[in-house]
Design a protein around this ligand. Sequence first.
Ligand code: SAM
Length: 206
Amino acid sequence: MAFTFFFRDQQVMEQLVEQSLPILAGRSHPRVWDAGAATGQEPYTLSILFAERMGHFAFNNLRIDATDVESTGQFARTTESGLYPQADLARLPEGILQKYFEPAGEPGQFRAIEKIRRRITYQRHDLLSLQEIGHGYSVVVCKNVLLHFQPAERAAVLTMFHRALAPDGLLATEHTQEMPGELTSLFQRVSPGGPVFRKLTGGECQ
Ligand SMILES: C[S@@+](CC[C@H](N)C(=O)[O-])C[C@H]1O[C@@H](n2cnc3c(N)ncnc32)[C@H](O)[C@@H]1O
C-alpha cells in the first residue's frame, strides 16, 4: 500500500493551485497530471482546492489525469469510486468533509461528491517508460515518487515532464527534490527553497 493522505503538504498544494490559476485561465480545457497518485487522495486534494478557487464553468472544464504504475487495479478502483474510510478523512481541514464528501458504500465510508470526482481520470502509467501521457499540461504534480529513482532515471523523468508541460507550466515535487544540474535550463524554481518549478522554454533568465 502506497503511503499517502488527503491534504498532504497542504501549504505547497495551496500555493501551487494559486500560482497555476493564471495559467489555467488562458486555456479552454486545462489539464493537470498527477503522476504517482497512489489511491487518489492527492488528486482529490487538487480537485477540492481547484473547486474552492475556480469559477463553476472553468472548474467543470478542468481535467486531472491521475496515473500510477500499480498493476492490480486497486488504485484505479479506489480513485474512480472516490470511496474512502472515515479514518482517511480525519485530516481534512475544517468544513471540507461536509462540503465535498457524503456517506456512501459500507458503514463508516464516505464518497467524494460527483462534482470533484468527475474532474479526475485514472490510468495506469509507468513513469520509467519515459512516454508522457500527453502534452499541454498546465500543471504536473509528482510528489514522493522521484526519490525512489536512480539519478539518471530522475533526470529522464523530469525531462519527460518538461515535454508534457505547456509553456510556463508548473511542476511540483517533494521538498527534498533538487533539480539536476544538467536540467537547470529546463526548469526554474518558483520560490527560493520551494518544491515548485516553472517550465522554461528558452531565452528566459535562470
Ligand atoms: C509514496 S506514494 C506517493 C503518493 C502521492 N504522490 C503522495 O505524495 O502522497 C509513491 C507512489 O509512486 C508510485 N510509483 C512508484 N514507481 C512508479 C513508476 N515507475 N511510475 C509511476 N508511479 C510509480 C507508487 O506506486 C506509489 O503509489
